[in-house]
Design a protein around this ligand. Sequence first.
Ligand code: ZN
Length: 340
Amino acid sequence: MRLSLLGLLACPECGGDLAFESLPQLPAPRDDVREGLLACRACRARYPIEDGVPRLRPRAPAAARVEKTRRGFGWEWLRYPGSRPADEAVFLEETMLPRDAPAGKLVLDAGCGMGRYSAVARALGAEVVAVDMAEGLRRVAEAAREDPRLHAVEADLLHPPFKPGVFDIVYSQGVLHHTADTRAAFFAVAPLVKRGGLLTVWLYGKAGKFADFATNPLRPGKEWIASRRRLAWAVVGARHAFSDFLRFFTTRLPVPLVYALCYPLTLLGAVPGLKYLTFSVDPDFQARLIENFDWISPPFQWHHTKEELAEWFREAGFTPLRVLAHGLVPKPGILGRREK
Ligand SMILES: [Zn+2]
């Protein structure tokens, strides 16, 4: 952890300023503090810095389902292949950010996993603060050791340990629906954006009301869905019901067993036709395995519509600028600018 990060941080319990404790002398701006202690000047809560990562989750023990979500994602991201050539294209498509937007900006990666999109934002010229509560963060911390403009912070997105209005851009890609309360996480993260800054979020979608589903923006080449909207709506609803049924069991099993069960699912993912019964059709076996695990393992997995998300953006003082286009399964995503 570098000194330049300290001014952005706030106590996750009370919002107070944090200061280094038990350091013989204040580090130089480019020094990386590997081990130490941060203390809140207001409530006196203390947070350790371990392996260069400030661990800034609230002190109360997490609920069992939160802890299981944390363990599952740690398991997943420590096994994920690593950065892939398609990451930049996926990042730009999903965040809807112009390619030159991150350059020179302070950016928060809200739910970074093993840091594949933090790496993209860094390559596009941003200074990046990457937060997560799971152990995949260790891979980001390793990269941050050599990179003074990349910071890894362990945090709970329901209690983000930052001062309000400090980031030019905040993005959260497929993450907030894995917290205990998606809406609460959205309203915890949105105030971290500066006035005039950008927030971009996408969530897992659901069929929702047909009138809303019928106006979902579709990617080019998906015209066949547009001409069969009602059938597509029914298929999405059925797929969701099947997923809920499967997850009723898998979210109650131990993480290693769920991972083992993903192997047959992943083999099926290479079979033409049948592959659509699984939760990933990625050509890479390891990526497919991880994506299936990502779907059936986390205890928290909420689904939302673009109407819900748009309402949250407006309520938080943002003007929606762009809405994410997608295929059959809705993927509500919005890029918005903070107005007040
Ligand atoms: Zn405090």
